[in-house]
Design a protein around this ligand. Structure first.
Ligand code: DX5
Ligand code: ZN
Length: 216
């Protein structure tokens, strides 16, 4: 069980977020996954800085911030100030990805890059050595509770190979439709970080569900 669990707060109870954060603090969750959506890059809007700051104030676990926004470069300082520890941008949203990754690292955060389901892993060959994490979207980003896309397994295999060939230390994170029906296969394929939202927050015992995902 060397893999990490990063519960996505998108499915948490925002009317009583503190309860869910306290549950996560006591759980085996390794990171907290925060989904930031701008209504432009993805067809949905989620939450922004005031919420991230409150989450940061109430937890010691690293904040794994997944930006589904256009022009993420504009807000790197703000996400750092709000408390992001890992900042992941989308490949599809960055014209100058190398510059964006450098800017994230210069602020002292870990830098991640995310691929939409249709974006080939091979597009990462000239950036993989500079990133700390690759987030493979296993659903089309924008919403929780969608069905896992099976081609993700092929992408994990390709990514693992690319990481090894380039001597990269990047972690592989998978996000979307993760549950106990696919978690083991994902880990066996080489995934380092599992994100899960609805599977955890819609379960009867969230702490147990996190423990199940962790103790595979
Ligand atoms: C989707 C988000 C995910 C989402 C996952 O755009 O990036 O992090 O919360 O939710 P589930 O686990 O319900 O698919
Ligand atoms: Zn996400």
């Amino acid at each position: 069980m060397n893999h990490l669990i990063s519960p996505s707060l998108l499915s948490a109870n925002f009317a009583n977020l503190k309860d869910d954060i306290e549950m996560l603090n006591k759980s085996q969750a390794d990171w907290l996954h925060l989904d930031i959506m701008d209504g432009v890059f993805v067809p949905n809007i989620s939450f922004g800085f005031p919420i991230i700051k409150q989450v940061k104030k109430n937890t010691n676990k690293p904040l794994d911030v997944h930006l589904m926004i256009v022009k993420p470069d504009k807000f790197i300082n703000e996400f750092k100030d709000a408390g992001a520890d890992i900042l992941t941008v989308h490949y599809e949203a960055c014209t100058h990805l190398n510059r964006t990754i450098q800017a994230i690292k210069a602020k002292g955060m870990k830098a991640g890059v995310s691929l939409n389901p249709h974006t080939p892993v091979s597009f990462l060959q000239d950036i993989i050595e500079y990133v700390d994490l690759v987030l493979l979207m296993s659903v089309n980003p924008g919403f929780g509770g969608q069905k896992f896309i099976g081609n993700t397994y092929n992408k994990i295999t390709q990514l693992k190979e690319l990481i090894n060939n380039k001597n990269s230390k990047a972690l592989i994170e998978v996000d979307g439709g993760v549950d106990m029906s696919n978690a083991k296969q994902l880990i066996d394929a080489g995934v380092d970080v599992l994100v899960a939202g609805s599977y955890i927050f819609k379960s009867d015992n969230k702490t147990n569900t996190i423990a199940q995902l962790k103790n595979i």
